[in-house]
Design a protein around this ligand. Structure first.
Ligand code: C5P
Length: 227
């Protein structure tokens, strides 16, 4: 039996990827499966927390069944934001693992776009940055944790990009997840570095997503209490 050290605490965790409608049948989306958020929800619940899991387009077969996990479904970024803002109020910890589309089609057409010999064009507008909003407006009182899937390139390392993002987002912790051909998406080993809002390293680890979920939760608990 796991220690029930999170009893009495409520975690709000987003998982999966948003879908931004183009027309009734098409969307702009991404490849996030939701596995990391689900692993976090289970890790927190096993330790006694109650969890609101906001699942964005997660395969039903992956969704957890646990008595203290409540699942809320969201489709688009704006639906996700509405859930997160409502649920964050009075929670102890909010974790954004969902891959949120930065842009959405300005208007979704009511009928299916037809193939009529011309190439369709549509404008994009920017979605709200949900994590930045939760980190800026602290009325909810929760500890705020974000995720960043990063790749390195000739201009900077994964850590360089992670540090810049940690400072920009202003979350209490940012979990930097190295993504590439062999890690990041799906059910694979992953490597994480956890940064605070100043870009300082709080933890580094590698392994399965459920092992990494344990590291993330432990780092949240120790950082929040200031050990
Ligand atoms: O900027 P980037 O998308 O890499 O940041 C990733 C983090 O920000 C994740 O925690 C993600 O859930 C969150 N995010 C958000 N709203 C957006 C874009 C990202 O909350 N529009």
């Amino acid at each position: 039996l796991s220690p029930q050290d999170l009893a009495g605490q409520r975690f709000v965790i987003s998982a999966g990827g948003t879908r931004e409608p183009i027309d009734p049948v098409r969307f702009l989306g991404n490849r996030s499966t939701g596995r990391f958020g689900i692993a976090l929800a289970l890790a927190a619940a096993h330790r006694g927390a109650s969890v609101d899991l906001v699942a964005c387009n997660v395969d039903a077969a992956l969704l957890p069944h646990h008595p203290t996990i409540t699942i809320h479904e969201a489709g688009s970024a704006r639906e996700l934001q509405a859930h997160m803002v409502r649920l964050a109020d009075g929670a102890q910890v909010v974790i954004m693992t969902a891959a949120v589309a930065d842009f959405r089609p300005a208007t979704a057409t009511e009928s299916k776009l037809k193939k009529d010999g011309t190439v369709p064009e549509f404008d994009l507008v920017e979605n709200p940055d949900i994590l930045h909003g939760l980190a800026s407006d602290r009325d909810h009182g929760a500890y705020v944790v974000g995720f960043a899937a990063e790749t390195g390139d000739e201009h900077g390392s994964v850590l360089d990009y992670g540090r810049a993002k940690a400072k920009k987002k202003g979350a209490d912790l940012l979990v930097v997840n190295r993504v590439g051909e062999t890690s990041g998406f799906g059910d694979v080993e992953t490597a994480i570095t956890i940064l605070d809002r100043f870009g300082e390293i709080r933890a580094e680890a590698g392994g399965s997503k459920s092992q990494m979920a344990g590291v993330v939760i432990n780092t949240i608990i120790s950082s929040r209490t200031g050990d």
